[in-house]
Design a protein around this ligand. Structure first.
Ligand code: FE2
Length: 259
């Protein structure tokens, strides 16, 4: 099977390029499963129920998230009723879940797992040990296992990829919004990329208005960050996985430039 993994959708520019292109990509690339990180979909800060429904209606099968998922309070009730919206599983006492078990249209079982790193991020439960627990609890019939590892630091992400190599189909990093050029298949058969990148406006500092971001660095004072609007791009990875073994055979970056 072939998976499209879309990196952090940021604000209206990110939502629009997804709505405009995801159907096309799914058709031309013969995609079986679409996963997207949505934690910055609501003007850069979290996601609302309406926006989650809007993104799922574009054809995305599973939404993942990260530290910003809690920014909009209305998500707290919604997330318990929408199993296709994940939050990092290693939050110790939060609504919602970090694992989704599904079946593709062709009848292939899959698991999407969302975990979060701890370096320069809230000190939640250990993602490594939490991953062990999740993997030992999955039905053995679920061979296709995709992990969104939402983390800041390249070393933590790379260590996590090696830790899960051979036990999952893919470990794809999110959160830094900068696509890394290190996509590869690890020796145990897991596809890996440190960060898949951002889906949003690239005339920006990681999605936000660049002048506001510069001013923050110049003054050290809080400045309200608004989402940037121009140079929209969609950043994704396309991963080929053997249905029977869950091993990945290929991963490549897939970028789309908006109009
Ligand atoms: Fe994040």
């Amino acid at each position: 099977m072939r998976i499209l993994f879309i990196g952090d959708i940021f604000g209206s520019a990110g939502r629009r390029i997804v709505a405009d292109h995801v159907g096309d990509i799914a058709m031309t690339q013969r995609i079986d499963l679409i996963i997207a990180n949505c934690e910055n979909a609501a003007a850069g800060f979290g996601i609302t129920p309406r926006l989650a429904e809007e993104l799922l209606a574009t054809g995305i099968h599973v939404l993942t998230s990260g530290n910003h998922v809690w920014d909009k309070k209305e998500i707290l009730d919604y997330i318990d009723h929408q199993p296709r919206l994940l939050r990092p599983d290693n939050y110790p006492a939060a609504p919602g879940k970090g694992v989704f078990l599904g079946k593709t249209a062709a009848g292939v079982d899959y698991a999407v797992i969302n975990l979060q790193g701890r370096t320069y991020l809230p000190n939640i439960e250990c993602p490594f040990r939490r991953a062990d627990q999740i993997l030992s609890s999955l039905p053995s019939s679920v061979r296709v296992r995709i992990v969104d590892f939402h983390a800041e630091v390249t070393s933590e992400k790379m260590a996590f990829g090696w830790y899960l190599d051979g036990r999952v189909s893919a470990v794809i990093g999110t959160h830094t919004h900068v696509p890394t050029a290190d996509e590869r298949i690890l020796p145990g058969g897991s596809a890996y990329q440190t960060d898949v990148g951002m889906t949003g406006a690239y005339d920006s500092v990681i999605g936000a208005d660049k002048n506001a971001a510069i001013s923050r660095f110049l003054t050290g004072m809080p400045v309200r960050l608004e989402p940037a609007k121009t140079d929209a791009r969609l950043a994704a990875a396309i991963i080929d996985i053997d249905d029977a073994t869950g091993r990945a055979s290929a991963i490549r970056r897939h970028m789309v430039n908006g109009d």
